[in-house]
Ligand binder design. Sequence first.
Ligand SMILES: [Zn+2]
Length: 265
Amino acid sequence: MGNDGGSIAKRDELVRTKASLEKVDPELLRQSLWTICSLSRQPLSPPVASDPLGRLYNKDAIVQHLLLRHSEASSSKLDPIAHIRGLRDITDLTLTPNTLYRPASPTTAASDEHSVYPFMCPLSSKQMDGKQRFVYIVGCGCVMSATGLKSTISASEEETPCPVCSKPFNAAGLLKGKQEATGSVVTINPAREEEEDMREAMEKARAEQAAKKKTKARTADQAAEKGTAQDDAEKAERKRRKAERKAEQSARIAALTAELAAEQA
Ligand SMILES: [Zn+2]
């Protein structure tokens, strides 16, 4: 009797959680974004990697997932990282350990001397806790706060050495004062709207790349013939991407729901 009651209550709670995901404690969400692997839901621990959407992952989790994806005959439709086609789509990050970091524990309360956020900006020493914009440089993977990075760039040069590792990168987007959806610098854990822009830019860049490949492989004669077929293929590809996006979103919601349920249990 008691058991039955208990499990029903739990299920109700889960349904409620799903229905009102927007009302999730924003603090909890922020903490999860900046301390937990987006894929395995395990605490972030180097080597950490990111993708064109600026999500944070434990690299091991991605490698395992990709291996599993290839070995499984019936690939799951709920692939939470469908937009990562392979290791070429991720960047290994160079992160700076937060000197105030202490792993969360029930006995130590959060204080000014303790932080649950494991990383910080190497330039400004600000914690990487979602309170300010953090970015990574695609070419080298160095992670820093956006303000820290901007402060090191002189307005005259487009090719600038990374302030952490000195490898040159294209700072044109930063110099123009606007964050570009795709470019040499990627925003980590962007806000929802910005993430949409980044996703669109990523898909556009990939479509262009694919088109370039196709054109190369095709002679001019074939081009005229295949015009319609290509249109159809593009339509199908768009449809597939849309389905993929939807599946990815459901998978994220499912993961978050499970996590919240576990926390409430
Ligand atoms: Zn660097």
